[in-house]
Write a protein that binds this ligand. Structure first.
Ligand code: NDP
Length: 240
């Protein structure tokens, strides 16, 4: 039977590419989303991929959403924690709410999804968790103390949980994307983006599919010996 994968924030941007790559690999995919009903429905109609709405920053909603997904599609073997937001601003302008919301969704979401799905993977002795970090969690970024801290936290979370899963056939890895051409990057002002691209040795933004191919490998049987690692996919912008 096909393994079941949940991709958070799986209906657009990098998440959309991940959902499609896992489907192509033969997985049964459930694409989670939070706000954009119309776009999520259009994605589902276009791809045939099931969608499920909940806020990954809400602990109870994650537990309930994952139980329902398992009832509808089968036990969850693969979780890709891709959902993420930005609330940028230099520290002196950043509010407590901006700090908290980014930690709640970006880092709290990983904890909530792992709480919902890791115990079952551990019992069944097979599981794959991939957490989407960021180059800015590795290197820091002006105006992003909240985002950089949350993404950096994801890398620590990944290494700690990898140790807990290792004996049970559950691998936990992270991908740290560089700048990828999605809505999130479209929000960066053009002159800033030009400066960023000038610092990417490969000379361009990345494509969502290039991240998805990394996820497809890390969630495959071939990656059984890969755990606790961070795969940087960033066109050479930061060599960590
Ligand atoms: P987008 O802004 O294009 O998409 C964000 C996705 O996250 C959407 O699917 C959105 O759902 C979902 N989402 C946001 N908040 C929640 C929530 N509370 N609960 C559930 N889903 C939520 O982002 P990208 O595709 O660019 O980024 C995907 C991931 O990759 C993020 O974690 C991001 O931080 C990371 N990343 C991106 C980089 C880039 O250059 N683009 C670089 C490095 C890391 P909905 O459609 O319902 O709003």
């Amino acid at each position: 039977m096909a393994r079941v994968a949940i991709v958070t924030g799986g209906t657009r941007g990098i998440g959309e590419a991940i959902s499609l790559a896992l489907k192509e690999q033969g997985r049964t995919v459930v694409a989670n989303y939070c706000g954009n009903d119309e776009r999520a429905k259009a994605f589902s109609d276009r791809t045939g991929i099931a969608i499920a709405k909940w806020d990954v920053g809400d602990h109870e909603a994650c537990l309930t959403g994952c139980v329902k997904a398992a009832q509808d599609h089968g036990e969850i073997d693969i979780v890709v924690n891709n959902a993420g937001i930005t609330r940028d601003g230099t520290l002196h302008r950043m509010s407590w709410d901006d700090w908290n919301e980014v930690m709640r969704v970006n880092l709290g979401g990983c904890f909530n999804m792992a709480k919902a799905c890791f115990p079952g993977m551990r019992e069944r002795k097979w599981g794959r968790i991939v957490n989407i970090g960021s180059i800015n969690g590795q290197a820091g970024q002006y105006g992003q103390v909240n985002y950089a801290a949350a993404k950096s936290g994801i890398h620590g979370f990944t290494k700690a949980l990898a140790q807990e899963g290792a004996k049970y056939g559950v691998t936990v890895n992270a991908i740290a994307p560089g700048y990828i051409d999605t809505d999130m990057v479209a929000a960066v002002p053009e002159p800033v983006l030009e400066k960023i691209v000038a610092k990417i040795p490969v000379g361009r933004l990345g494509h969502a599919e290039e991240i998805a191919r990394g996820v497809a490998f890390l969630t495959s049987d071939d990656a059984e010996f890969v755990t606790g690692s961070t795969m940087s996919i960033n066109g050479g912008q930061h060599m960590y």
